[in-house]
Design a protein around this ligand. Structure first.
Ligand SMILES: Cc1cc2nc3c(=O)[nH]c(=O)nc-3n(C[C@H](O)[C@H](O)[C@H](O)COP(=O)(O)OP(=O)(O)OC[C@H]3O[C@@H](n4cnc5c(N)ncnc54)[C@H](O)[C@@H]3O)c2cc1C
Length: 367
């Protein structure tokens, strides 16, 4: 069997950030195996492309720490390597007094996480900043921005290859066996087997399945992923709004918000619907629901302005009844699998956190 030092399963933004981090530190023996024909064809290209500031997550959680660190790293990367981005700022808009009070708690939480510049805005201040947005008041986050995620992945992919990493496509992992020197990995095509000393599971929506191949009891360990779909509806008219506009967050998501892309296009989304299987169809019958949510804070919008756009699926560990589940980033030595690193449940803010996740994982690899 052929041998490699480090294998990463999955070339989404997280797998690519990890290979980039390891390759730039001088390791030459890194292989990425990706089942699709190209990098980034799944969740990493089906999201809001928002660089989150880190307001929402419980203090000291991986989500909080890696979001704040990842955001700072992303802005540095974007500046240095000309990856398109815009620090647009974001407004979380409250619709009544109760929600407005909640924004104060959110501000405090964000500050504890190290988020800079958060500011509570009165109705008047909100109207001055965004005349086409209505609300009772808002929380302004100046550090939130948007990024071209394709260009980010393109940068990670090409710099990793230039540094000597090998990234192969059409290579679906279908089995993993523990062997003396590490792991024997089986690829579906030709039942090809190779050996790797370290194995990093960054398989997004399938990361629980991969952990299962390695012999872990995913239900007992709490690793089972629940699919939570998020659909988007495009706004077909130019509404003059400069900032990302979010409602007060819901229990399982940040709420259906106004997303602005780098070309100025606007869409609403994502909603959140737990599903049993992966399909990216957008159900047109959800249009009224999107409209009714949006018109509360964008009064000019009409039903005719909306048309179905894309969708993405969140790799959630959190069930509808759970309050919060953190990212799992873990070396499985205590479960008898030394050198097997699981990265599971990387939902939002996974894009933002990706460079910080990469640094975190590369420290585990070097230990
Ligand atoms: C609707 C939505 C909106 C979001 N908005 C934001 C946002 O605005 N900001 C933000 O920071 N985050 C956001 N996120 C989260 C972010 O998109 C994800 O956290 C991130 O893309 C996860 O990247 P990944 O590399 O872990 O997963 P993926 O992009 O899914 O990559 C995993 C890769 O593994 C491969 N793979 C799987 N199984 C195998 C196998 N058996 N063999 C080989 N390869 C395999 C897949 O083909 C895939 O390419 C959003 C997510 C969703 C769903």
């Amino acid at each position: 069997m052929e041998k490699v030092g480090i294998t990463i399963i999955g070339a989404g933004v997280v797998g690519l950030a990890i290979v980039h981090e390891l390759a730039k530190s001088g390791r030459k023996d890194i292989l990425v195996v990706e089942k699709n024909t190209r990098y980034g064809l799944e969740t990493s290209s089906r999201n809001s492309e928002v660089i989150h500031s880190g307001i929402y997550y419980p203090k000291d959680s991986l989500k909080a720490k890696l979001c704040v660190q990842g955001r700072i790293k992303l802005y540095e990367l974007c500046e240095k390597h000309k990856i398109p981005f815009r620090k647009s700022g974001k407004l979380i808009v409250s619709l009544d007094e109760t929600e407005f009070e909640y924004l104060h708690k959110l501000k405090e939480n964000g500050q504890q996480n190290g988020v800079e510049g958060l500011e509570i805005m009165s109705k008047n201040m909100l109207n001055q900043l965004e005349p086409n947005v209505s609300g009772y008041g808002a929380l302004f986050s100046p550090e939130t921005g948007i990024i071209d995620s394709e260009k980010l992945m393109h940068y990670f992919y090409h710099t990793s290859k230039e540094a000597g990493a090998i990234i192969v496509f059409d290579s679906k992992v279908i089995d993993i066996d523990r062997i003396n020197s590490g792991y024997a990995v089986t690829i579906e095509k030709d039942n090809y087997k190779f050996e790797t000393e370290i194995l990093i599971n960054s398989a997004g929506l399938y990361a629980d399945e991969i952990a299962g191949y390695a012999g872990l009891n995913i239900d007992k360990l709490g690793y089972r992923i629940k699919y939570c779909k998020g659909e988007y509806f495009k706004i077909n008219r130019n509404i003059n709004i400069e900032h990302l506009i979010y409602p007060v967050p819901e229990k399982v998501s940040l709420g259906t918000h106004l997303v602005i892309d780098l070309a100025g296009g606007k869409k609403l989304g994502p909603n959140s619907i737990y599903v049993d299987s992966i399909s990216y169809d957008v159900d047109e019958s959800h249009k009224t629901d999107f409209y009714e949510k949006a018109v509360r804070y964008i009064p000019d919008i009409t039903l005719d302005d909306l048309s179905p756009d894309t969708s993405g699926i969140r790799a959630k560990l959190q069930d509808e009844k759970d309050d919060f589940r953190d990212f799992i980033i873990k070396d499985e030595t205590e479960n008898g699998l030394a050198g097997f690193i699981n990265i599971i449940g990387i939902e939002s803010p996974g894009l933002t956190a990706s460079p910080a996740i990469a640094e975190y994982v590369s420290r585990m690899v070097r230990i």
